[in-house]
Design a protein. Structure first.
Lengths: 362, 145
């Protein structure tokens, strides 16, 4: 592709506009519109939910109200996320014919300049297919794709900083233990430029570097342009829709995913199971199909007293299948001489498997 | 049923290849529409499907609703103009039907067409549709075999 690419550089716009701007350029796109990249950051924090999410179920709206965090629904999929000025969003609004048709190749084209930018800054980032950017197994930003009008959209960010604590606060979760686990997992599996470099790089320098990497990837000039009156008018229209209750509170039908996704390979899941001897509560972190970490609690009796921690410990790294889990738990029962009236290794296995694959509601 | 590079292209459907949409006229005069096997292969696992409601008008080339896969959100483009009279409730409660059976259980909506004769003449069917998909998939180097 040798066509020129227009760049719209918009630091410090309102939270609402940081979302509506790419929708506007997408919906206003005509055959004559140049392929466009918007680099935009909000001047205040907010929460952004996926197209089909039910915000009542996903977001702690009381917390958001108390902390003056607006919530906006984007027309891109995925989950709820806390955003602030620490991220520079990189939004592509392209003609379909200028992008690969498969999502794998499309995301690779989109992510390569992000990775190249990070690498030139000295951060060993890489593409974790299909659409994550990782640094040594930690995520440094996710991406998404959508079609709006005739435009194909790709969105992601350059991550200067990320407020993991507030991210864990804005989600609606079944327990505070689960919230703690989410925060702990964000600390373990997400990273930022500031963490990697020890300081925050100059933002204009990063913008110029990214423009250069995009230009190299396409063999095309990237020029800083302005948006058109038509695009701005479209943005005002979409601003109005995005703040309407009808749009924000539309009942999403997105099937509840099991737990919270931290990145492509890491999920936190949660379940409770009623065994004869009491309730078993499980919070587990799964990494690449294995138990990365598990917390077991409940109102059952398990002796000796130290054995519960040892049982949790013994499950780390175990492939998350019923056979493997049960055999590990039985082995711990034998080794530690565990006594648990009315609760069996099979019950713990069921509880953990219910967290991993929630039983379908009737 | 014809297969092109791992994708089913039933000869009896009418296709808008560029938009990955299909339509078929049923005995009751309604037109059933959906997305093609190629489209579901490209979108991957569909997690949400939101057709426009029954009673809403739809124009050829405009959105009849929205799909979300794990990696992409986009419209289902209607290949016909008319009024949506029925949405596939089984599909909305189990959107993966679009992946497993895009021409059968995974149909999207039924439309009461305004002018099926004229609009269907602009779509491709039978051998012409298969040839068009063959060309598209070769050009894009797509193969789902």
């Amino acid at each position: 592709m040798s066509k020129k690419i227009r760049l719209l550089y918009m630091e410090n716009v309102s939270p609402l506009r940081s979302q509506t701007v790419y929708h506007a350029v997408g919906y206003a796109m005509t055959k004559e519109t140049p392929n466009t990249i918007i680099m935009v950051s909000p001047n205040a924090p907010y929460v952004c939910v996926g197209y089909h999410q039910d915000i009542q179920k996903e977001v702690d709206l009381d917390y958001c109200t108390q902390h003056n965090l607006p919530v906006y629904r984007r027309e891109v999929g995925g989950g709820a996320v806390f955003l602030d000025n620490g991220q520079l969003f990189t939004q592509w609004i392209f003609h379909k014919e200028d992008l690969p048709v498969t999502l794998e190749e499309r995301f690779k084209l989109y992510i390569d300049p992000l990775v190249a930018t990070y690498q030139e800054l000295g951060i060993p980032a890489n593409l974790r297919p299909i659409n994550d950017v990782h640094v040594n197994g930690k995520k440094i930003g996710g991406t998404g794709a959508a079609q709006m009008g005739i435009a194909e959209i790709l969105v992601g960010s350059l991550m200067y900083t990320f407020d993991k604590k507030t991210m864990s606060q804005v989600l609606k979760v079944p327990s505070e233990k689960m919230r703690d686990k989410i925060f702990e997992s964000l600390e373990a599996y997400m990273t930022t430029m500031s963490e990697q470099l020890g300081s925050t790089p100059d933002r204009v320098m990063v913008k110029d570097l990214y423009m250069k990497k995009v230009s190299e990837a396409f063999g095309a000039e990237v020029y800083e342009g302005e948006w058109t009156a038509k695009e701005e008018a479209m943005a005002k229209e979409i601003d109005e829709r995005f703040v309407s209750d009808e749009w924000l509170h539309q009942k999403g039908q997105l099937k509840q995913q099991a737990g919270v996704k931290i990145h492509q390979d890491v999920h936190i899941v949660e379940a409770a199971f009623k065994a004869q001897g009491g309730l078993i509560r499980i919070i587990a972190r799964l990494r690449e199909g294995r138990i990365d970490d598990v917390t077991i609690s409940g109102d059952f009796t398990l002796l000796p007293v130290f054995a519960l921690g040892a049982l949790e410990q013994s499950l780390r790294g175990v492939a998350a299948t019923p056979e493997n889990l049960k055999s590990k738990i039985e082995e711990a029962y034998y080794r530690l001489n565990i006594q648990s009236p009315g609760v069996t290794p099979a019950d713990f296995t069921t509880a953990i498997m219910n967290a991993i694959n929630p039983p379908q509601a009737a | 049923m014809a297969t092109v590079r791992g994708c089913n292209i039933p000869e009896d459907r009418f296709y808008w290849v560029e938009k990955h949409a299909w339509a078929i006229l049923e005995a009751d005069g309604l037109v059933k529409i959906g997305i093609t096997d190629v489209a579901q292969n490209l979108a991957k696992g569909i997690v949400n499907a939101t057709p426009k409601e029954a009673g809403r008008p739809v124009k050829k080339g405009k959105s009849a609703g929205t799909l979300e896969s794990g990696k992409w959100v986009g419209p289902v483009t209607s290949p016909v103009t008319g009024e949506i009279v029925e949405v596939n409730a089984a599909m909305t409660s189990n959107p993966s039907l679009i992946n497993s059976d895009p021409y059968g259980e995974g149909w999207f909506v039924k439309v009461k067409p305004e002018n099926w004769d004229a609009e269907s003449a602009e779509l491709l069917t039978g051998e012409a549709a298969i040839a068009a998909y063959q060309k598209f998939m070769e050009e894009q180097n797509l193969n789902f075999e």
